[in-house]
Structure formats: structure tokens, C-alpha cells
Design a protein around this ligand. Structure first.
Ligand code: ZN
Length: 387
């Protein structure tokens, strides 16, 4: 393999991208940041208006229809959820289209036709509406029927749902959006088998993920729980990276398995959901001026959606910090396991170029929004490990 010989053996981020590429990556990063912040603002403002201004009115209007009348009506709850989420999807559509289609095409990162974008957008929203309907009705059922400590039961239910979704994600949800097929490259599989030996990750669990139908960006991930645990390697990565580079990235994914990051993330989720549901209990009783959340009216639904969304946004920096810590652990694991710091560096150079990644984003942006450390920082780690 000669694909990385043209790259100097250096940890200087300047070597990964030409000055023009760096400038383009920085511009892409800035636009991406602005769109992420705008999206968050739209979510909070829209749900805030629904919670405190329009939601109760829509609820009162819906109550005028005979089948939806009465207190604690599940049908009215579903209808209200449908109106709130339906309008939310419409309000977010211009921003979703601009960030998911227009910008990605402007920067030459998207392979999607407008048809395919629409298909994925619709499918994603159908899933979000169905899952959201079940979760919100389930949550209200728990609030109405399980007493003072409903938030404990809701957190337990959250755990069950997380485990179920964790198991289903790679076998049911991911294949709806991407082609997933077993990796059929014998040489690569042999290398991976050697790397995975003794870690409990079976080699039958390596799959080729058809990212190229949508994007030119390279990516890989560990997904699933128990028997559905698998490594998904983007076809964009398999085609453009050398076997040595793929090995280093695969070792990073093994790191997530060895360090048990998925179960840890679920455990963190349970703790934060406990806090979130307790907070929700306080907010509902205050807003409706009732002694117990068990008396919550259906009109509290938009407030529930607003509170949980705002709570998750506030917690995001903490979750990102944990995620960046996990990523550093896996980078270290990959370096030690493969003993190939020079290959590790060329892999990240390539990743920076392909994904048009800003290698040194604003530190504040990283703290608040990034789930992965900047590539410059990840390269510096390889510098330390090889010296
Ligand atoms: Zn990772």
C-alpha cells in the first residue's frame, strides 16, 4: 500500500490539509455551527410557544370533538401530539433541507438526489412520530396511574426502552436508511480477527455500511447490544483507506466494545432521565397549579415536550464531555493495540480531508457541542504515544 506515502510523518495539523482545504473546512464548520444553533433555537422557541401559549388553546379546540372529549383522554393526547409534532416538522423543514441538502451539496459532500433526501427525511420523521407517540402516551399513562413516585417508574421504563432500541438499532433502524451487508474482504477480516482476538467481539459482527449512497464522508461505528453488537464500517472508509488505516480505525471501534461504552451510555441515560422526570414532576405541578402530577391535564403535553427538550439541551455539554472522554480512550486503545502511530496519523489526515473537518475549532464550540475531540488534538495524542 502506497496511499499514505505522500503524507509527511508529522503531527502538525497543517500537513493534513492544504491551506485552501483548511479554509474550506473552516467555512463548512462555521456554517454547520450556525445551523446547529439555529436548529436548537427553533426547537426551544417553537416548543416554548406551544407549551405556554398555543398548546392549551389547541387542546381546548380538540376537546370540542366528541371522541376527543373528557379528561385524561388518550385519543386527545394523541391528536394533540400529532398537531404539535406535525407543525414542528413543517416549521423545521426549511432548515432541515438547507443544512441536510443544500449545504452538503455546496461543499461537495452529498451524493443524494433530492428524491433520496426526501425519502430519508420522510422516513426519519415517520419513525420519530410513531416512536414519539408511543413514548409520550406511555409517559402520560405512567404519570396518571402510578402515583407520587411516577418519575422512578418512568426512569425504569426509559431503561427498558433504551435497551430495546439499543438492540434494535443496528438490525432494524439502520438498515432502513443504509444498505448493511457482511464484510466480504477476506484479508481485512483476517486482520480484524487478529485484532479482536480475546476482546469478546466476534468477527461475524463486522458489516459494510452503504454510506456512499448519501455522502462522501467516511465513518465507522459500534452499535447494538448483546447478540446484535456489531461494527459498521462505512463503504466510503473501506474504499478510500489502506488496510493498515482501516485496522487502526477498527481497533478504535473495538475500544468502544472493550471499554463497554454503550452500556455505560445507557446507565448515564438512566441517571439523567431520573433527574429529568423528577424535574418534570415539579414543572407540571407548578404550571397546572395542582398538588400531584397525577392530575395533569392533556394540555400539559407540549409542556412535557418543552421541558424534556430543554433539559436535554442543557445536559448536552456534559454528555459531550463524557463522549469526548470515551473517544480519547478508544484512540489510546487503537494506538496501543495496533502499535502504528504513523498509520493512525495518516488515517486522521485522510479523515480530515474527506470529511472537510475543521481540525482546530473554537474551544468553546467543542466544549458545548462536539461529541468527538478535534482532529488536531487526536493527532497530538499519536505524537505522544510514538515518542
Ligand atoms: Zn469512536
Amino acid at each position: 500500500m502506497t496511499s499514505h506515502i505522500d503524507v509527511p510523518d508529522s503531527t502538525d495539523p497543517a500537513d493534513a490539509q492544504t491551506p485552501a482545504q483548511r479554509e474550506e473546512a473552516r467555512r463548512y464548520g462555521r456554517i454547520h455551527l450556525a445551523l446547529t444553533l439555529a436548529d436548537m433555537a427553533v426547537d426551544v422557541i417553537y416548543l416554548g410557544l406551544m407549551a405556554f401559549v398555543f398548546g392549551p388553546r389547541i387542546d381546548a379546540w380538540l376537546a370540542g370533538f366528541a371522541p376527543l372529549a373528557g379528561e385524561k383522554s388518550t385519543l386527545r393526547l394523541l391528536a394533540l401530539f400529532g398537531v404539535v409534532i406535525g407543525l414542528h416538522i413543517l416549521v423545521s423543514l426549511p432548515l432541515s433541507f438547507y443544512s441536510g441538502y443544500v449545504v452538503e451539496h455546496q461543499f461537495g459532500l452529498s451524493n443524494q438526489s433530492i428524491r433520496r433526501w426526501l425519502r430519508n427525511w420522510s422516513l426519519g420523521n415517520v419513525l420519530a412520530v410513531l416512536l414519539g407517540a408511543v413514548l409520550n402516551v406511555g409517559l402520560f399513562w405512567i404519570i396518571w396511574h402510578t402515583g407520587t413516585y411516577w418519575w422512578l417508574i418512568a426512569a425504569a421504563a426509559f431503561f427498558v426502552v433504551s435497551v430495546a432500541l439499543g438492540q434494535l438499532a443496528p438490525v432494524v433502524i439502520v438498515p432502513l436508511f443504509y444498505k448493511v451487508e457482511p464484510l466480504d474482504n477476506a484479508e481485512l477480516l483476517e486482520r480484524m480477527k487478529r485484532l479482536a482476538a480475546g476482546t469478546g467481539l466476534t468477527i461475524e459482527g463486522v458489516y459494510r455500511l452503504g454510506l456512499s449512497a448519501d455522502t462522501s464522508k467516511a465513518n465507522a461505528m459500534l452499535a447494538g447490544l448483546g447478540r446484535t453488537r456489531r461494527v459498521l464500517m462505512g463503504d466510503t472508509l473501506l474504499e478510500r483507506f489502506s488496510p493498515d488505516e482501516i485496522e487502526v480505525i477498527f481497533a478504535h471501534e473495538i475500544g468502544h466494545h472493550v471499554h463497554r461504552h454503550i452500556p455505560k451510555m445507557i446507565a448515564t441515560g438512566v441517571v439523567t432521565s431520573l433527574a429529568g422526570f423528577w424535574l418534570l414532576d415539579q414543572v407540571i405541578t407548578w404550571w397546572a397549579n395542582i398538588p400531584s402530577a397525577a392530575d395533569a391535564p392533556t394540555s400539559a403535553l407540549p409542556l412535557v415536550m418543552f421541558t424534556l427538550t430543554a433539559f436535554m439541551l442543557i445536559l448536552a455539554p456534559l454528555q459531550n464531555a463524557i463522549s469526548r472522554h470515551y473517544e480519547r480512550q478508544c484512540d489510546r486503545y487503537a494506538l496501543v493495540r495496533t502499535g502504528k502511530p504513523a498509520v493512525y496519523r495518516t488515517a486522521f489526515y485522510k479523515l480530515a480531508r474527506l470529511n472537510k473537518a475543521d481540525m482546530e475549532p473554537n474551544p468553546m464550540e467543542v466544549i458545548l457541542l462536539h461529541s468527538h475531540p478535534p482532529i488536531a488534538e487526536r493527532l497530538a495524542m499519536a505524537g505522544d504515544a510514538s515518542s
